[in-house]
Write a protein that binds this ligand. Structure first.
Ligand SMILES: *[C@@H]1O[C@H](CO)[C@@H](O)[C@H](O)[C@H]1NC(C)=O
Length: 208
């Protein structure tokens, strides 16, 4: 960078908001000081991110950077929830957080069925509406339970395997009804009342 160019540039920065950083100097940090530019000044380590070395070990940082050698990007507002400032104004957010300053809670994959993403003890979590559960509120709750291999597919609604009926898949289905007071106890299986027997309780047991 040409000397005149850097001087003009530094002066421009000074006119705006000045961020002077003194490395290994007795000057208090963050306090406005008389601006003296020493063209022979050396800064070790070198001023990073287009910062200008204005005095020995004193960098004038470009907007968006701070630190003794302008090595740190700054983000305002600061990155929240453990986010790291990558570039000026650009935060890298930890899992579960998003938004420009990591101020928004984000639930990986979102929350389904009207669930709301919230931070619970610093961890993003879906808060599910009544009758839904699971990490994404993807699972319906069937308070009656789904028996005999039935699946809860919507709140209170079971999808039943073949041969089972009823709100909880608790009613067996016998395609041919059980006769003589027999009871259908599982798909196509009758429990017969004595003295009847047979697949459909159609036979009467012979007396001896
Ligand atoms: C800056 O440092 C150089 C070399 O380290 C030294 O020669 C020079 O005198 C210093 N300048 C000031 C103003 O202290």
């Amino acid at each position: 960078m040409a000397f005149t160019a850097s001087l003009g540039w530094a002066a421009l920065l000074l006119a705006a908001s000045v961020s002077l950083c003194w490395a290994r100097s007795d000057a208090p940090r963050g306090v406005a000081q008389g601006f003296v530019f020493d063209p022979k000044a050396t800064c070790e380590p070198r001023c990073a991110h287009a910062g200008v070395c204005i005095r020995n070990n004193t960098c004038l940082c470009a907007t968006g950077y701070e630190g003794d050698s302008c090595q740190y990007a700054n983000c305002y507002p600061k990155c929240k929830n453990g986010g790291v400032c990558l570039r000026p104004g650009k935060c890298r957010c930890p899992p579960g957080f998003g938004g420009r300053y990591c101020h928004k809670v984000t639930c990986d994959g979102g929350c389904w069925n009207g669930g709301e993403c919230n931070a619970v003890n610093g961890v993003a979590k879906c808060i599910c509406p009544f009758s839904w559960t699971g990490s994404k509120c993807q699972e319906a709750i069937c308070p009656q339970g789904c028996r005999n291999g039935g699946l809860c597919v919507a709140p209170g609604i079971c999808s039943c395997p073949e041969g089972w009926l009823g709100g909880a898949c608790h009613v067996a289905e016998c395609t041919v009804p059980c006769m003589n007071g027999g009871k259908c106890i599982s798909p196509d299986k009758c429990r017969c009342r004595p003295p009847y027997l047979g697949l459909r309780c159609e036979e009467r047991k012979r007396r001896h």
